[in-house]
Design a protein around this ligand. Structure first.
Ligand SMILES: CC(=O)N[C@H]1[C@@H](OP(=O)(O)OP(=O)(O)OC[C@H]2O[C@@H](n3ccc(=O)[nH]c3=O)[C@H](O)[C@@H]2O)O[C@H](CO)[C@@H](O)[C@@H]1O
Ligand SMILES: C=C(OP(=O)(O)O)C(=O)O
Length: 436
């Protein structure tokens, strides 16, 4: 099975108003697969990764690790083998690096293996300024010299352990620092670090390679670096943002869905957010069931005050689930404030939902008040980023009539074969090459 080509432009035609039903298994977590593929460069031994999502971002990163000398092979639909016998600090394709945020994740592993790397600026979702300062500050403390000249050049004759206080709990900066610390001589303490399930997943992969890491899942990790690294097999964890997207989809289309192997241990804060919207899920083993026919009444704060859903670093409500919560709230009875604290531009897509009939007041770039429920009308939409695109797809499936979503390749950066998988549940999505 081939994943979509990164440059292909795609359009979805969505016939809305259909109730879905059945079971669906979420894919592996994009944001875990990416740092783990980059970290496979740390060892010269073979690494086998299973449950790897076949999405555009993964394809782009696999091309990048191959371009620095790693052998890569898809040995199954979602199984990837990487062996980085020899790694060279080759020139990296600026176009590929510019397509994904995760190209910056090559910094730590490449410094460890080659002592140098020059990275063209990373891309990723355009959802506000995406600073890299935390990466630079952490890697500098581990011994790297960094110069900026259009690209970012990292050099280190030797990586040495240090007591690092991250200037914010940045996810990818924590991942870069963790990979570098595993190769550094001596002990590194990463304080104020991120602890998202994907950061934990990377740490478990590094342990499978032979690393010694304490404090996984907390905001302070200790790494005893410089241990020999071997071969490893690792299964990528469940994509909890895809699970959140499916919960939102079931709520908006009033469908009963069973999400199998949902990774419920990581869903607590996400489900608390949906609970505030009156969307209840049942847990059965590791499956999550979203029943149909729910009242979906927003739960006010004590005293009848307008409740708030806000994102924060893990373990709080995840930033990448915010757009999904917003579209869900348009179908819930009551008023809720959505507070997106991290990104300056992620909320601008709500004008598309307003155009479809939703009652939303965008107070400023970070806060939107939603009053529901409102009937959504079909529309011509354009996906600005992965999650807004998914939110639009959900809105289109809940609306009467036929919607068109342009720029749907953005959605495919993060969701594997989403048209096929949702059509199997009763959705009507036609995927075609972009016509304009
Ligand atoms: C490839 C990958 O893994 N991408 C994820 C990663 O991006 P990435 O690692 O780029 O995101 P960061 O964690 O660095 O930060 C995201 C944004 O939040 C801001 N910030 C961060 C921490 C904080 O306490 N306060 C604060 O305001 C940062 O300044 C930045 O603007 O984590 C983000 C936050 O979960 C997710 O949206 C991205 O999907
Ligand atoms: C913001 C996201 O991804 P990236 O950091 O790769 O742009 C996302 O997954 O929602």
């Amino acid at each position: 099975m081939a994943a979509p080509r990164a440059s292909e432009r795609i359009e979805y035609i969505v016939e809305g108003g259909n109730r879905l039903s059945g079971s669906i298994e979420p894919s592996g977590n994009k944001n875990a697969a990416l740092p783990i593929i980059a970290a496979a460069l740390l060892t010269e031994h073979p690494v086998t990764l299973t449950n790897v999502p076949r999405i555009r971002d993964v394809e782009a990163l696999v091309e990048l690790v191959a371009s620095v000398g790693a052998e890569t092979e898809w040995t199954g639909p979602n199984e990837l083998r990487i062996q980085a016998r020899n790694v060279r600090p080759a020139d990296l394709d600026p176009d590929l690096c510019g397509r994904i945020r995760a190209s910056i994740l090559l910094a730590g592993p490449m410094l460890a293996r080659c002592g140098e790397v020059t990275l063209p600026p990373p891309g990723g979702d355009v959802i506000g300024r995406r600073r890299l300062d935390t990466h630079f500050l952490a890697l500098q403390q581990l011994g790297a010299e960094i110069s900026l000249d259009g690209s970012y050049s990292f050099r280190a004759s030797r990586l040495v352990g240090a007591d690092v206080f991250m200037d914010e709990p940045s996810v990818t900066a924590t991942e870069n620092a963790l990979s570098a610390a595993v190769a550094a001589q001596g002990t590194t303490i990463l304080r104020n670090c991120a602890s998202e399930p994907h950061v934990q997943d990377l740490a478990h992969f590094l342990i499978a390679l032979g690393a010694d890491i304490e404090g996984i899942g907390t905001n302070c990790m200790t790494v005893h670096g410089g241990r020999p690294l071997t071969a490893a097999q690792h299964r990528i964890g469940t994509d909890f943002i895809e699970v959140a997207s499916l919960v939102g989809l079931a709520a908006v289309t009033d469908s009963e869905l069973r999400i199998t192997n949902a990774g419920v241990e990581h869903l607590r804060s996400t489900l608390m957010g949906f609970d505030k919207l009156g969307v209840k899920c049942l847990v059965e083993g590791d499956d999550l069931i979203i029943p149909k026919g729910q009242e979906k009444t927003v739960v006010p704060d004590f005293g009848g005050h307008v409740p708030k859903i806000e994102d924060q670093p893990w373990p709080a409500f995840p930033a990448d689930a915010m757009s999904i919560a917003i579209v869900t709230a348009t179908q819930c009875d009551g008023m809720v404030l959505m507070f997106e604290k991290m990104y300056e531009s992620r909320m601008f897509f709500v004008d598309k939902l307003i155009g479809m009939g939703a009652r939303i007041v965008l107070c400023d770039p970070h806060r939107a008040v939603i009053s529901g429920p409102t009937k959504l009308r079909a529309a011509r939409l354009e996906s600005p980023d992965i999650r807004a695109g998914m939110a639009m797809l959900i809105a289109a499936m809940g609306a009467e009539g036929t919607s068109v979503i342009n720029n749907a390749q953005q959605i495919e950066r993060g969701y594997e074969r989403i048209d096929e998988r949702l059509n199997a549940l009763g959705a009507r999505i036609t995927r075609i090459p972009a016509r304009t």
